[in-house]
Design a protein around this ligand. Structure first.
Ligand code: GLP
Length: 258
């Protein structure tokens, strides 16, 4: 692993941890989460990302928990987003994903798992309820983010603004295509989702942006060094006033680090 002070847009620098090995990538991020929980004097609110990128992180957290190294008893766990219309327990629902890969294995109390309900009749009302749930715990202490091939964060697709909160969104064709591999065919991929907004993400006290693989190199460079624009929603991360850390493998960071 190498630690860098990465120059991003806005003349700022952020810490960037760059890895050769996915296991180390997972270990580093899991340790940041463990340390945040261990150092907290009150409940900790963490928003978790789905997708392939964070899986090594969740594997390490499960191992750490099994070894007695981390407790989720004082964690309020949130989801970035959820598809609309999948039946309860559907394999590809993000709630199912997070239970399967993390929450079922680390003793997270059921009442501390917070997710948008994608099966309700009123997604606008559900979005309001979810935002209030985040507010009720005093906001997010840490948000883990992946990045979509089109620069989306959570399901904030190109065109999203920095002042938008939790809301109902239509998924971009490129996002549906990227996620079709999980559903078998494109027709099965939901067309809508509830996502936390860029404003909610920017209000999170700490952010960890994770990216792996050469396929993310170009969009990662545009996100962190390109113009701040709704065309690349992740570019709004450059304006985050708190702690933003990049955790990436060498392939994804290739255009940022020599
Ligand atoms: C998904 C999620 C995002 C995630 C992104 C990248 O659709 N809504 O939160 O960051 O796509 O996924 P992956 O890590 O599999 O590349």
């Amino acid at each position: 692993m190498t630690m860098h002070h990465l120059q991003i847009g806005n003349g700022q620098t952020i810490p960037a941890a760059i890895f050769d090995d996915p296991r180390e990538f997972g270990q580093f991020t899991a340790e940041r989460i463990r340390d945040l929980i261990a150092g907290a004097t009150r409940d900790v609110a963490i928003c978790f990302a789905t997708g392939a990128t964070p899986l090594p992180v969740y594997e390490r957290l499960v191992e750490m928990h099994a070894a007695g190294g981390v407790s989720f008893e004082r964690v309020n766990a949130f989801l970035l987003d959820e598809y609309i219309g999948l039946p309860e327990g559907h394999e590809q629902s993000f709630a199912t994903f997070m239970r399967r890969h993390l929450f079922d294995h680390v003793g997270l109390p059921a009442a501390r798992f917070h997710a948008p309900n994608g099966r309700g009749y009123n997604p606008v009302e559900e979005s309001r309820r979810y935002r209030e749930t985040i507010d009720a715990v005093g906001g997010l202490d840490l948000t883990l983010l992946g990045i979509g091939p089109n620069g989306h964060i959570a399901f904030n697709e190109p065109g999203s603004r920095a002042d938008e909160h939790v809301r109902l969104v239509a998924l971009a064709p490129k996002t549906r295509e990227a996620n079709a591999r999980f559903f078998g065919d494109l027709d099965q991929v939901p067309k809508h989702a509830i996502t936390i907004g860029i404003a909610d993400i920017l209000a999170s006290r700490r952010l960890i942006l994770m990216a792996t693989g050469a396929g993310k190199a170009e969009i990662l460079e545009r996100a962190l060094r390109g113009p701040i624009t709704p065309d690349v929603p992740a570019s709004f991360l450059q304006t985050h006033p708190g702690e933003l850390t990049l955790v990436a493998d060498r392939a994804a960071a290739a255009r940022l680090i020599a």
